[in-house]
Design a protein around this ligand. Structure first.
Ligand code: F6P
Length: 342
């Protein structure tokens, strides 16, 4: 048979092909990723309708049919948990939207071995103004052997992740993930309703020209961060400085741009948030896994993010993530000018 070399490779097909990379895989991880892809498409559909609020009803209010319009972050949370519940491979979810873990203990999930930490809709304050938002997820194998899932199943170091990924709902919708063998990106083709491989083997440039940080908080930053920002703004031909400042305020979108173009994203400790703002389990760890797989670095300013020991589900951490040379430079400034606070 004459196979078409230019064929479109869908997420589903790619996952099945890659499954053979894992000699003992029984397809569970593949099914989990498939379930996440399905929920992402449902969320994408609703996100695309967000601009029609005047017609359909504002989020959290009643629409013209008299139905309550759910807030998108609540909707996204329900979609992901429901897809994971019916998929049968996930036994618990830790979500940004729920204070405690959500146990999945239906009949179909009784042999499930994976737990998932997720931020179902990150950057949701950007929805109303049509700016990119995202979903971030992290997959672990449960460590407890039987019975109900325990907190310790989630409090594993980032190095133990078996897969991680994100979806960015933007000018196009993309799903990017890693299972520890490189990073691949898929763009949603709305005409066929499938994520199609568009960015195989993503690698982050060793250095870049973009720094991303909320400079509005400058006065509250540690001295090391202030000095690094000044370094970014200083003219230097060899390193092509000054760099450009780009900050969307949607972690996934800022991260995604820097992953493809080269750059550094920083959310350090501030006087207001001494431990930083972003969450270790479902924001920093998954992106750290992805960036390392793409050749980059993720640090809390002093230590590797993936080596941090989580102590609670919603723990925060400062983060410096992106091109390796830029993150190393920021770490040098932190070491020189800032005491470790976390
Ligand atoms: O998770 C929180 C989040 O919305 C991220 O998506 C984003 O990068 C960050 O907060 C923005 O925070 P701030 O408005 O403090 O810069």
């Amino acid at each position: 048979m004459n196979l078409n070399k230019n064929r479109v490779l869908t997420l589903g097909q790619f996952i099945i092909e890659k499954q053979n990379d894992f000699p003992y895989a029984k397809g569970e991880l593949s099914r989990l990723l498939r379930d996440i892809g399905i929920a992402a498409k449902m969320v994408n559909r609703e996100v695309n309708k967000a601009g029609l609020v005047d017609i359909l009803g504002d989020m959290g209010t009643t629409n013209i049919q008299g139905e309550t319009v759910k807030k998108l972050d609540v909707y996204a949370n329900e979609q992901f948990i429901s897809a994971l519940s019916y998929g049968g491979e996930c036994c618990a979810v830790a979500s940004e939207e729920n204070e405690d873990m959500v146990h999945i203990d239906g009949e179909v999930s009784k042999n499930a071995r994976y737990v998932i930490a997720i931020d179902p809709l990150d950057g949701s304050s950007n929805i109303d103004v049509n700016v990119s938002i995202g979903t971030i997820f992290s997959i672990y194998r449960r460590t407890s052997l039987s019975g109900a899932v325990e907190l310790s199943d989630f409090l594993q170091k980032g190095t133990e992740q078996v897969a991680a990924g994100y979806i960015t709902y933007g000018s196009s919708t993309m799903l990017v993930y890693t299972t520890g063998r490189g990073v691949n990106g898929f763009t949603l083709d709305p005409s066929i309703g499938e994520f199609c491989l568009s960015h195989p083997d993503i690698t982050i440039p060793k250095t870049g020209q973009i720094y991303s940080i909320n400079e509005g908080y400058y006065v509250h930053f540690p001295e090391g961060v202030k000095r690094y920002i000044k370094y970014c703004q200083t003219e230097d031909r060899v390193t092509s400085r000054p760099y450009s400042s780009r900050y969307i305020g949607s972690l996934v979108a800022d991260f995604h741009r820097n992953l493809l173009k080269g750059g550094i994203y920083m959310y350090p400790s501030t006087a207001k948030s001494p431990k930083g703002k972003l969450r270790l389990l479902y924001e920093c760890n998954p992106l750290a896994f992805i960036v390392e797989q793409a050749g980059g670095i993720a640090s809390d300013g002093f230590k590797r993010i993936l080596d941090l020991q989580p102590r609670s589900l919603h723990q925060r951490t400062p983060i410096f993530i992106g091109s390796p040379e830029m993150v190393r430079a920021a770490e040098d400034f932190m070491l020189k000018f800032s005491a470790e606070t976390v």
